[in-house]
Design a protein around this ligand. Structure first.
Ligand SMILES: Cc1ncc(COP(=O)(O)O)c(C=O)c1O
Length: 397
C-alpha cells in the first residue's frame, strides 16, 4: 500500500486519489495491483459503457489499431461518417463535430451559440446556465459551471453567462425578460457532478417551447447522462423533445477518449471551414470505438438493461432507506443514481472500496453510481448488500 500512496511523485497533484491502483478488469469487476477485487459501481465515471475487456470491443479495437490509429482532419475519415450517421439517426438531429472530451464538446457548443448570436447581429451574446451545473474545466466551460470552489483562483472568468435555478421556468423568464442578447439555454438533462439532479420532464418541454418562441438554441449537455445510461439513448428523450445542440463524450467511446457535438438544423451550418477544429478529434481509433460501442449496445440490449437494472437498484435503495431521516432522497434514472444523505459523506468512498465496491461521492453528500450498462440484477443486488449497511452504519455515527 505504501508503494501506491507514493506512486505518483511526478504527476501533477490535481486529484485527491483513493490509494488504489487498478491493474485489470472483466465486465463490472476490477482488480488492484495487490489482487483485491472490486465491483465497479463508477464505470470510470460513466465512461465504461460495455464494461471492462468486452469480448466484442477488444478485438474490434485491436483490428483498428493495426489498420489506422490517426490520420488528421486534412483527409476524409470514413468512420466519422459511419458514426455520425448512427448518432444522427439515434438523436433525430442532423450533423456532428468530433473532439476528444466532454469539455471540448461543451466548448464547441458555447462557440456555436456565440456565433449563432453574432450571425444574427448580437455583439455580446449571453447563454443561460444553471445552479449546480458542471460543464468542464476549460475557462469557458468552467465559467458555465456553477461550483465556485472549482472556479476559485482562475479568474477572470469568461463572461456571457446568466445563471438561474433549475426546474423553475418563472425564474428563467424573469432573468431573461427584456434581454435581447440571450442566444441559448445550456443544461444537463440530469446534472451529474452537481448531485444527480434531473431536469423535470415538464420543465424540459417548457424550455423547448421558450427556445422556439425566442429563437434561442436549446443546448443539452448529455456528456454524463447520455449514451443509454437512463434507458433511452439520450436522457432528454424521456421528455419527447429534440435539442438544437447536444454535446456527448464519456460513454460514447467505452474509454477511448472521444467527444462529439450533435447539431440539429438550427445549428448544423453555423460552423464553416476555419471556424473550429482539432488535431485528434474524429481519429479512426476513437471513431471505431464509438461505432462498436453503439453496435454492442444495440446487439446486447443495453438500454433495456440499464432501465430495468437501474429501476431494480433504485427501488432496492428506496426500500432500504424508507423512513430513515439520514437519507434525503434517492434520485436519478436507469444506471445514473444518487443517494443524497443529510450530511457530507466523502469518507464512504474509501469505506466502500475497503468493502470491495467502487463509487463516488459528489456535491459533498450524494453517493453516486454510474456503472457499466452491462450490470446484471445479481450484481446490482451485490451493490445493495455492500452499500446499504455501510450507509446505515455511517448515519448512525
Ligand atoms: C455533464 C458533464 N459535462 C462535461 C463534463 C466534462 O467532461 P470531461 O471531463 O471529459 O472534459 C463532465 C465531466 O464530468 C460532465 O459530467
Amino acid at each position: 500500500m505504501a508503494l501506491i500512496e507514493a506512486a505518483s511523485p511526478h504527476v501533477m497533484n490535481t486529484y485527491g486519489r483513493v490509494p488504489i491502483a487498478l491493474s485489470h478488469g472483466q465486465g463490472v469487476r476490477v482488480w488492484d495491483v495487490n489482487g483485491k477485487r472490486y465491483l465497479d459501481g463508477l464505470g470510470g465515471i460513466a465512461v465504461n459503457t460495455v464494461g471492462h475487456n468486452h469480448p466484442k470491443l477488444v478485438p474490434a479495437l485491436q483490428d483498428q489499431v493495426a489498420k489506422l490509429i490517426h490520420t488528421s482532419n486534412y483527409y476524409h475519415v470514413p468512420l466519422q461518417e459511419q458514426l455520425a450517421a448512427k448518432l444522427v439517426a439515434l438523436s433525430g438531429m442532423t450533423n456532428v463535430f468530433y473532439c476528444n472530451s466532454g469539455l471540448e464538446a461543451n466548448e464547441a457548443a458555447i462557440k456555436l451559440a456565440r456565433k449563432f448570436g453574432h450571425d444574427k447581429g448580437i455583439e455580446r451574446p449571453q447563454i443561460v446556465v444553471f445552479d449546480n451545473a458542471f460543464h468542464g474545466r476549460s475557462l469557458a466551460t468552467l465559467s458555465a459551471t456553477a461550483n465556485t470552489k472549482h472556479q476559485k483562483g482562475f479568474g477572470p472568468l469568461v463572461e456571457g453567462f446568466v445563471r438561474v435555478p433549475l426546474n423553475d421556468i418563472a425564474s428563467l423568464e424573469q432573468a431573461t425578460a427584456n434581454n435581447p442578447d440571450i442566444v441559448a439555454v445550456f443544461f444537463e438533462a440530469i446534472q451529474g457532478e452537481g448531485g444527480v439532479n434531473p431536469a423535470r420532464i415538464e420543465y424540459m418541454r417548457e424550455l423547448r417551447a421558450l427556445c422556439d418562441r425566442r429563437d434561442w438554441l436549446m443546448m443539452i449537455d448529455e456528456v454524463q447522462c447520455g449514451m443509454g445510461r437512463t434507458g433511452k439513448w439520450f436522457a432528454h428523450q424521456w421528455a419527447g423533445i429534440v435539442p438544437d445542440v447536444m454535446p456527448l463524450a464519456k460513454g460514447l467511446g467505452s474509454g477511448v477518449p472521444i467527444g462529439a457535438v450533435i447539431a440539429g438544423p438550427k445549428a448544423a451550418n453555423i460552423f464553416q471551414p476555419g471556424n473550429h477544429g482539432t488535431t485528434f478529434g474524429g481519429n479512426p481509433l476513437a471513431m471505431r470505438a464509438g461505432v462498436e460501442t453503439i453496435r454492442i449496445m444495440e446487439e446486447d440490449g443495453l438500454l433495456q438493461n440499464a432501465e430495468r437494472v437501474g429501476a431494480h437498484l433504485k427501488t432496492a435503495f428506496e426500500k432500504a432507506f424508507a423512513g430513515n431521516p439520514g437519507v434525503k432522497e434517492v434520485r436519478g434514472q436507469g444506471l445514473m443514481l444518487g443517494i443524497e444523505l443529510a450530511k457530507p459523506c466523502g469518507v464512504l468512498v474509501q469505506r466502500a472500496a475497503d468493502a470491495g465496491l467502487l463509487l463516488s461521492v459528489t456535491a459533498d453528500s450524494v453517493v453516486r453510481m454510474v456503472p457499466a450498462l452491462i450490470l446484471t440484477q445479481a450484481e446490482a443486488d451485490e451493490i445493495v448488500a455492500i452499500l446499504v449497511p455501510l450507509i446505515q452504519a455511517f448515519l448512525a455515527e
